[in-house]
Design a protein around this ligand. Structure first.
Ligand SMILES: [Zn+2]
Length: 149
């Protein structure tokens, strides 16, 4: 059996909310997905990569649009060895300096030190209005990631 996880990750990968705001955001998300198994906030010491699991559909260079999957793995390894403190890398396809967080993940993915997650939310998708409310509640722009594990 596979599980679906809806995650909101801050657009700024280093950002974290106050514990009070995180609690508020959990409550708000619970009202959006009342049927979810669990809604949790997670704070991480180091930046981590929130991948979409089985929804992974590849990655392209943000500068030139070339398929980046070939060099992405190695760039990820190099960056993760340093706890993802530096997400910038030189794309071998075009030589541009790009952020791993800004590459074109065909299915959305993101780096972050904070995430709000709903386990098996039981809905098809949230609305743009709900997404906006979540971002307002946390006070920062968010990325939404639908993962399948
Ligand atoms: Zn490129």
């Amino acid at each position: 059996m596979s599980d679906t996880i809806l995650r909101y990750v801050a657009a700024d990968p280093y950002w974290q909310p106050s514990p009070e705001n995180a609690t508020k955001a959990v409550s708000l998300l619970e009202t959006i997905v009342p049927g979810a198994d669990e809604v949790i906030s997670s704070f991480e010491d180091e930046v981590r990569f929130y991948d979409p699991g089985e929804n992974w559909s590849g990655v392209k260079c943000s500068a030139c649009g070339t398929d980046a999957e070939e060099w992405w793995g190695e760039a990820m390894e190099t960056a993760s060895a340093d706890g993802f403190k530096d997400l910038s890398t030189v794309a071998p396809c075009c030589g541009a300096t790009v952020s791993l967080n800004d590459l074109r993940y065909i299915w959305p993915a993101a780096f972050g030190r904070f995430a709000l997650g709903a386990h098996n939310p039981g809905i098809g998708d949230t609305t743009g209005e709900q997404d906006r409310k979540m971002a307002e509640c946390l006070g920062t722009p968010l990325r939404k990631i639908w993962g399948h594990v």
